[in-house]
Write a protein that binds this ligand. Structure first.
Ligand SMILES: [Zn+2]
Ligand SMILES: [Zn+2]
Ligand SMILES: [Zn+2]
Length: 334
C-alpha cells in the first residue's frame, strides 16, 4: 500500500455525496434532482474506487491504461473504470460483497444517471429520494465496515471522515423521514398486496386501484401504478418485465444463453404467463420465494415433480405433490 498516492481523495467522494443529498427534500427543482443524481453517482464511484486504491492503485485502471506508471497515476493521467466495474472488483479483488438491497440501490443510481445522459431524468423526485436513502445507507455502512482508520491512506482522511460523516447522517435521516412520511400517508391505498417498484424500490405498486382522494392522492387506475413514485406501466406484462429484469436481475436472454432461471412462467390457474418466483416480503429472490401470479394473484410454493408446473403443496417439508394435470393423466391410464 502506497500512502503517498493522492488519488482519489476521500474528501472529494464525501463532498459529492453531501452535495447530492443536500439537494433532495420536499420539492426539489428539476435541476436539483439532476445534480443530486450526478453527484450521488460520482460520490459512490469515487468512494468505491478510494477503497480499491487502499489495496492497490492499479485496481482502478481501465484496460487501455493498464500500462500507466505510478507517476502517471498520481498526475491523473490515465483512464479509470466505471462504477459497475469498480463494484465488481470490490467483490473479486477486495472480497467485499454487497447485499441484494445495496446492489439494487447502486444499480438504480446507475440507471438514473444513464437516463439523465440520454433522455433527461424520467424518474420522479420520489423515486430518486427513496433510492437515495438506500444508497446513503449503503455508503455509511460501507465506510463503517470497510474503511476503518487503519485502512485509510492518511491522517487527513481520518479527519475528513469524522467531520463529514455526521452531516451525511443528518441528511440521510431527513430524507428517510420524508420517505417514511409519504409511505405513511399512502397506507389507506396500500391495503392488499402491493408489489415492489423497480424505480423507487418500495412495495407500493398496485395492479389496479379505486380512487383515494387527498391526502393519499391515488387516482383510480386499472393498469399497474406505483403509489409512491407515480411510475405507471401500460400493462401487467410490462410491469412484470421491469420487475423481473430490473429488480430480480433476470432475463430470458440470460436464461437461454447462460442457462439461468427463466423470469416468468405460465400460471396453472389462469393460464397467463405472469408467474414469478420470488419472496413477496423482500421483493427479491431470497430468502423465502414462492410463485406469485400477477394476473390472478394466486401463489404456489412448489413445482410438480413430473412436469414442473407450479403447485400449492401444504406438505412441502415432507412430500412432493403432482399437479392436477399429471394426476388426471395417471388416473386415465389406470
Ligand atoms: Zn415506485
Ligand atoms: Zn394466474
Ligand atoms: Zn404435473
Amino acid at each position: 500500500m502506497d500512502r503517498a498516492v493522492e488519488f482519489p481523495p476521500l474528501a472529494n467522494a464525501l463532498d459529492y455525496l453531501r452535495d447530492g443529498a443536500g439537494r433532495l427534500g420536499e420539492t426539489p427543482s428539476p435541476s436539483d434532482l439532476k445534480y443530486a443524481v450526478l453527484h450521488l453517482h460520482a460520490g459512490v464511484e469515487v468512494l468505491v474506487k478510494y477503497r480499491l486504491v487502499c489495496d492497490d492503485w492499479r485496481l482502478i485502471l481501465a484496460p487501455e491504461s493498464v500500462e500507466a506508471s505510478e507517476q502517471q497515476f498520481k498526475a491523473g493521467d490515465f483512464r479509470s473504470i466505471g462504477l459497475g466495474k469498480a463494484l465488481k472488483k470490490l467483490k473479486d479483488d477486495a472480497g467485499i460483497s454487497l447485499t441484494n438491497g445495496q446492489r439494487n440501490a447502486a444499480n438504480a443510481l446507475e440507471r438514473f444517471r444513464n437516463q439523465l445522459q440520454h433522455y433527461g431524468l424520467v424518474s420522479t423526485a420520489e423515486a430518486v429520494e427513496s433510492q437515495t436513502t438506500k444508497v446513503l445507507g449503503f455508503v455509511l455502512d460501507f465506510i463503517d465496515q470497510h474503511l476503518p482508520i487503519d485502512v485509510l491512506r492518511d491522517d487527513r482522511d481520518a479527519e475528513v471522515l469524522t467531520t463529514m460523516l455526521d452531516d451525511l447522517r443528518q441528511k440521510l435521516s431527513r430524507i428517510e423521514h420524508l420517505v417514511q412520511q409519504r409511505m405513511q400517508h399512502l397506507q389507506p391505498a396500500l391495503k392488499g398486496s402491493p408489489s415492489w417498484c423497480p424505480d423507487c424500490g418500495l412495495p407500493a405498486v398496485l395492479m389496479s386501484s379505486a380512487e383515494h382522494p387527498h391526502p393519499v392522492n391515488v387516482p383510480a387506475h386499472s393498469e399497474p401504478r406505483c403509489a409512491f413514485c407515480t411510475r405507471r406501466w401500460d400493462s401487467l406484462k410490462y410491469y412484470v418485465d421491469d420487475f423481473t429484469g430490473i429488480r430480480l436481475g433476470l432475463s430470458v436472454h440470460t436464461a437461454v444463453t447462460e442457462g439461468g432461471d427463466y423470469p416468468i412462467d405460465w400460471c396453472p390457474e389462469c393460464d397467463e404467463e405472469l408467474l414469478v418466483w420470488f419472496d413477496a416480503a423482500t421483493g427479491e429472490r431470497r430468502p423465502n420465494p414462492t410463485w406469485r401470479c400477477f394476473a390472478c394473484e394466486n401463489t404456489f410454493n412448489d413445482n410438480c415433480p413430473r412436469c414442473g408446473r407450479a403447485v400449492d403443496n401444504p406438505e412441502i417439508a415432507t412430500e412432493t405433490k403432482l399437479c392436477r394435470e399429471c394426476i388426471e393423466e395417471f388416473g386415465n391410464r389406470d
